[in-house]
Design a protein around this ligand. Structure first.
Ligand code: DX5
Ligand code: ZN
Length: 215
């Protein structure tokens, strides 16, 4: 079984004061930071641009990944790479050229992640498996934090794991100490966690709860 990685999303923290929670998350041993970029087109909300990622560069030595919930994701590759993202995830539903976009990211020295929405079949990964550094299976409908996990999406995790035993597989949405082990059992190994980390127990304790169920 691949090592479990915890990928906190900053979406549920007040952005005006996000440096402190991100510093706490890094200190609590997160494996990477997941930036949820929304353009108001691919999904209704608008979140933030590369400038916010840039402003967090000094937070510590940790992988930054951008989850582009945007139309024409390739329009944002340069900006998020320059801002410090070493992995960029784009949606299969937002392009006709997933294969070429993976190659474009690799030519920039950036890891390529492909994401699919709950309504998208898992077989869209098939033709690009050899180009992918990671597959992201949404376990909520993209656009908002704090939603309930859509358990049916975990069947796609299991199918993708069978198609690609060594591919890092990320789940995104509704993760907490109850759902994380279920998603791990299904075959995921990277867990995006957003709103769970805003709980009153505080980030160190909440991160410990998550690490304790990673198995
Ligand atoms: C939703 C984002 C997710 C979300 C996760 O569109 O892609 O990363 O922030 O938040 P929780 O963990 O609260 O579901
Ligand atoms: Zn996300």
């Amino acid at each position: 079984m691949m090592r479990a990685e915890i990928a906190p999303s900053i979406l549920s923290f007040p952005l005006a004061s996000v440096f402190e929670p991100v510093r706490e998350i890094v200190a609590a041993g997160a494996d990477l930071i997941h930036f949820d970029v929304m353009d108001g087109q691919f999904v209704p909300p608008i979140t933030f641009g590369a400038a916010l990622v840039e402003s967090l560069k000094g937070v510590g030595d940790i992988l930054f990944e951008a989850h582009l919930m945007t139309e024409t994701p390739e329009a944002h590759f340069e900006a998020f790479a320059a801002a410090g993202c070493k992995r960029i995830i784009f949606h299969a539903e937002a392009t006709k050229h997933a294969h070429r976009l993976c190659q474009q990211l690799h030519s920039m020295g950036i890891q390529a992640g492909l994401a699919i929405n709950p309504a998208t079949p898992v077989n869209v990964f098939e033709p690009v498996l050899a180009e992918l550094d990671m597959g992201l299976i949404m376990t909520v409908n993209p656009g908002w934090g704090g939603q309930k996990m859509i358990s049916a999406c975990l069947d796609k995790v299991t199918k993708l794991r069978a198609m690609a035993p060594n591919l890092p597989i990320q789940v995104d949405g509704g993760m907490d100490p109850v759902n994380l082990p279920i998603a791990r059992q299904a075959g995921a190994n990277i867990f995006v966690v957003g709103s769970y980390l805003t709980g009153p127990e505080g980030i160190p304790a909440l991160m410990k709860n998550l690490r304790n169920v990673c198995g």
